[in-house]
Each structure stands twice: as structure tokens, then as C-alpha cells.
Design a protein around this ligand. Structure first.
Ligand code: MN3
Length: 245
């Protein structure tokens, strides 16, 4: 490569939007091809650039969180699933709802890495730059009747998230008996395994916030509301109740 072409090449590299380039790399290099020749589970690009949630969540955290942590869950899940190609056709949610139906030799991988894939896919969709509106409609009514107010639910959610010991998640879910409740799960366990469907979920693993907030998890939990997409939360709520749009 001549000096000129190399310079041109480097220039090209710098003008490619970093987020797009990274997402493309992540989505194409962290999948495993199954026996049928198609990738089993894929890491989708984020629905917004890595820097879009600044200043609540910094771009470096998003880059590592999506491009490394989430990518690794997908990669490890696919390695395990490659042994049982027909199992993937059941869908990840079905497998996570009833882990006893997963062969024992890959059950913990599906629980941890499949759970990690599902939880993070849910999490990315739930956020949007600058947040979006506030709870309305049936979700608002349910929040008020269950917690007395939206703020009271937020307070309970933040408290529960602060108290997760080690790594895990805090959720607002619709329980098996169709009630709203705040719950937490350790590691990458999902509410699905408890028969619950999440409306909101926040990742309280240190990798989700430590670069910016260090040990101040409570501060992260409070700031996080500023990037929540309440339209997605309401869609999740309606879906959990089997309501049409
Ligand atoms: Mn995470």
C-alpha cells in the first residue's frame, strides 16, 4: 500500500460513524453458524448510536456493554445451541420459561447466556435518547392503583435495584396472576423463569454503570429514568395482558 492510499484508507476509517462500524463488526463476528448454515441467535445492532444515551449512559459503557458483554452472551449461547439445532426453533423465550426442558449439559449456558441475550435485547429496546413521554393509559392506571403513584413505583424500583447483592437485574413485571410488581433476579436470570413478563428492567451489573458512576449505583438507577421509553413499557404491559394495540 502506497503512502497516499494508506492515508486515504485511514481517512476512510475515521469518517465511518464509530457506532455503526462497531455495531456492524459486533453483529457479524459474534454469531455461530448452525448445521443448517444459518446463524442461530444474532446480536442486533442497537436501535440508536452508542453515544445516544449520553449523559445518562456514556458511549464507552454502551460500546463495551453491547459490543463485548452482550456479544459474548450471544456467542456462548450459539456455541451451546449448535449441539441441539432443533431446540433453537422453540424460541429463546420458550426455553427460558421452562429451563427444565433444556438438556442438562447446556442448561446453565442457556440460563446464563441465553438469559443474558434476552435480558439485554429487552433492555436496549426499552431505552431511547432523552426518554420518551411518561406512562399513560392502562399502564398509568395500574401503576397508580398498585403503587399509589408513578414516583412511588420508581422509588421502590430504585430501592430494590440498590439492594441487589452482586450482579443482577431489577424489574417491573406483570406476574403470573396479572399483577404489577417490582422484582429482582440474580445474574442473568429472567422474570420469564418465574412466569412473569417484564414491563421495565434495568441492568445493575457493575459493567452497566461503573465507568461513569463507579460505586454510585443508586445515582445510576435514578438517572436511568431519563432514557426510558415509556411507549415501549406500555407496549410490554399490554402484551403481558394479551391486549391488542
Ligand atoms: Mn449487562
Amino acid at each position: 500500500m502506497t503512502r497516499t492510499t494508506r492515508r486515504e484508507f485511514l481517512t476512510l476509517l475515521t469518517v465511518v460513524p464509530a457506532a455503526a462500524a462497531f455495531a456492524k463488526e459486533a453483529s457479524t463476528t459474534h454469531t455461530v453458524v448452525g448445521e443448517s448454515g444459518s446463524a442461530i441467535f444474532k446480536l442486533d445492532p442497537l436501535p440508536y448510536p452508542y453515544e445516544a444515551l449520553e449523559p445518562v449512559i456514556d458511549s464507552e459503557t454502551m460500546r463495551l456493554h453491547h459490543g463485548k458483554h452482550h456479544a459474548a452472551y450471544v456467542e456462548n449461547l450459539n456455541k451451546a445451541m449448535a449441539k441441539y439445532p432443533s431446540l433453537a426453533q422453540k424460541g429463546l423465550e420458550t426455553l427460558l420459561r421452562d429451563l427444565s426442558g433444556v438438556p442438562e449439559d447446556i442448561r446453565s449456558v442457556v440460563r446464563n447466556h441465553g438469559g443474558g441475550h434476552w435480558n439485554h435485547s429487552f433492555f436496549w429496546e426499552l431505552m431511547t435518547p432523552g426518554g420518551l413521554s411518561a406512562p399513560t393509559g392502562k399502564l398509568l392506571e395500574a401503576l397508580q392503583s398498585t403503587f399509589s403513584s408513578v414516583d412511588a413505583m420508581k422509588e421502590q424500583f430504585q430501592q430494590a435495584g440498590s439492594k441487589v447483592f452482586g450482579s443482577g437485574w431489577v424489574w417491573l413485571v406483570v406476574t403470573r396472576d396479572k399483577k404489577l410488581a417490582v422484582m429482582t433476579t440474580p445474574n442473568q436470570d429472567t422474570p420469564l423463569a418465574e412466569g412473569a413478563l417484564p414491563v421495565l428492567g434495568n441492568d445493575v451489573w457493575e459493567h452497566a454503570y461503573y465507568l461513569k458512576y463507579q460505586n454510585r449505583r443508586a445515582e445510576y438507577l435514578k438517572a436511568w429514568w431519563n432514557v426510558v421509553n415509556w411507549e415501549v413499557a406500555e407496549r410490554n404491559y399490554r402484551r403481558a395482558h394479551g391486549l391488542s394495540f
